[in-house]
Design a protein around this ligand. Structure first.
Ligand code: HEM
Length: 495
């Protein structure tokens, strides 16, 4: 028996410990809070649920470290805080692999652009890019305008109420905008949009539940939980919604292989989006199959609508809290639209330069995606002087970078002028990352800004928004998506 134990220890030492000693030495040099034997930083999540990340952040901030480590069950996660170090990872074509943090999102989006890597990611990204070319974006403005108009009408009855929970309303509007433009399909009663909407929100909530419990990173443990079973059920609901749209579209695209022929035939009756491009690619080169198309449609819906609705919700909250800035936005809207009720056109939205700065500053204060991560594929020596071994997880805490007083003096102040051309000139390009940066940055950045400006301008032309609580009392939840502990409520007043 004793011999067996000694032999086992020897094997563990030889296979696990000895070859990794350099890796461990390098990780040991990186600063971090106290780590417990074997469990590393896991006890912080057990002893202080919901507070662990804040604790780690304060630890690094108070000591002015450029990075800090959090080791969970032996796997180190290094949190980069310096734009120069972040640039090394995000701008590289080598370090494009995501970490296992993204694993459960795959239940929804499969191996689509968001979650895949290597050649597959590259081919898919190239194939999907034309779906967001400027010509396509221009054609989407009509869709955004139509749904903004519906939302503005819906808000009419909210003026009679003392307060309105805003996120579900802008979220539904964004879902219609993203879904109809990406799939080139007008949604009707056959599409269970309410069921889809509820399923996406429940899915996000369960993902947050999983992400805040590091022990659920082990699939064998997580697979036994009711949360996992519910995630799988929700994924089926989400997929059924997408399959119904794809099936209908397939009939329209049948017999076509070339984009120009199809576009010519398409005429004004038919809408044209990324889904059409993918189905044409399937018909012509068979480079993607039905499952792949489903993955990409789900990817764009997943990546596009909740992020944009968070951006709009926080922008409205900020404008409600800063009356003078809301007045500046309204003055610009008057200059562009006057008193007319017409829907925005593409050029109008391009002319809203002040609103543009407002949204950028809102994304700085409240980045919809507060953190991202990468698994680096080869050793790097950072500009701050640390050596990070191959196969290490790097976390980029966008929220913390956006609130660093060295990069943004008085960082909690809402000041859109930070995004004037002059004030941007000397800022490090990797100090502002709401859409990430480099080869794996957000594909929908221009889409999001365009849709956001369309919906927000439509609301603000008609209504004044008023805050019901001091901004400092809004409690944030810093998970996969930035949200608030309590729903944001605002008062809408007719202009
Ligand atoms: C305010 C709105 C948005 C924000 C803040 C945002 C932010 C981001 C961020 C930070 C990433 C990088 C994620 C990572 O590396 O883990 C990303 C990726 C992505 N986003 Fe967005 N996004 C927004 C809207 C959109 C929209 C509207 C679409 C599409 C219609 C979209 C499509 C994508 C896709 C496809 C990726 C994956 C890119 C890749 O991995 O190559 N996003 N987004």
């Amino acid at each position: 028996m004793l011999f067996a134990i000694v032999a086992l220890l020897f094997i563990v030492l030889v296979v696990g410990w000895w070859p990794n000693r350099r890796r461990r030495e390098l990780i040991d040099k990186i600063p971090g809070p106290y780590h417990y034997p074997i469990l590393g930083a896991v006890p912080y999540f057990i002893l202080q649920p919901g507070k662990a990340w804040k604790e780690f952040r304060n630890y690094a901030k108070s000591r002015n470290y450029p990075m800090y480590k959090v080791v969970l069950f032996g796997a180190p996660y290094i949190h980069f805080l310096l734009p120069e170090d972040i640039e090394m990872v995000l701008s590289s074509r080598k370090h494009i692999n995501k970490t296992n943090v993204y694993e459960y999102i795959k239940l929804w989006v499969g191996q689509g652009i968001f979650s895949s890597a290597g050649e597959k990611w590259h081919t898919r990204r190239k194939m999907a890019s034309p779906g967001l070319f400027p010509k396509m974006l221009q054609s989407f403005v009509e869709i955004f305008g139509k749904h903004s108009e519906d939302l503005v009408e819906r808000l009419e009855e909210e003026c009679e109420k003392s307060s309105t929970e805003i996120q579900p309303l802008v979220s539904k509007c964004a879902l219609y905008g993203v879904c109809e433009s990406i799939t080139g399909t007008k949604l009707d009663n056959d599409n269970d949009i309410d069921g889809y909407f509820d399923a996406t929100h429940r899915f996000d909530t369960l993902l947050m539940h999983q992400l805040s419990r590091p022990w659920y990173m082990f699939f064998p443990i997580f697979a036994l939980t009711p949360t996992y079973r519910e995630l799988k059920r929700l994924a089926r609901t989400l997929h059924n919604f997408t399959w119904a749209i794809i099936k209908k579209k397939k009939k329209e695209v049948e017999g076509f292989e070339k984009l120009n022929e199809y576009e010519f035939e398409a005429n004004s009756e038919r809408r044209f989006g990324l889904l059409d491009i993918l189905l044409l690619a399937k018909n012509s080169d068979h480079v993607i199959d039905d499952e792949g198309i489903r993955e990409e449609v789900d990817t764009f819906l997943f990546a596009g609508y909740d992020t944009t609705s968070a951006m709009m919700t926080f922008t409205l909250l900020l404008l409600a809290s800063y009356g003078d800035i809301q007045q500046n936005v309204f003055n610009e809207l008057q200059d562009v639209f006057g008193d007319s009720d017409r829907q925005p056109e593409y050029q109008d939205l391009q002319n809203l330069s002040y609103l543009d700065k407002v949204i950028r500053e809102s994304l700085r204060l409240y980045p919809s995606v507060p953190a991202i991560s990468r698994r680096i594929t080869e050793e790097i020596t950072t500009r701050s002087g640390y050596v990070i071994p191959k196969d290490t997880n790097i976390n980029i805490r966008i929220f913390d970078i956006h609130h660093d007083p060295k990069l943004y003096p008085d960082p909690y102040k809402f000041d859109p002028e930070r995004f004037s051309i002059d004030n941007c000139k000397n800022r490090h390009p990797f100090a502002y990352l709401p859409f990430s940066a480099g080869p794996r940055s957000c594909m929908g950045r221009k889409f999001a800004m365009l849709m956001g400006k369309c919906i927000l301008s439509s609301i603000l032309r008609k209504y004044q928004v008023e805050a019901l609580q001091p901004l400092e009392t809004v409690r944030l939840m810093n998970h996969a998506l930035l949200t608030t502990k309590e729903p944001i409520r605002l008062k809408f007043v007719r202009r």
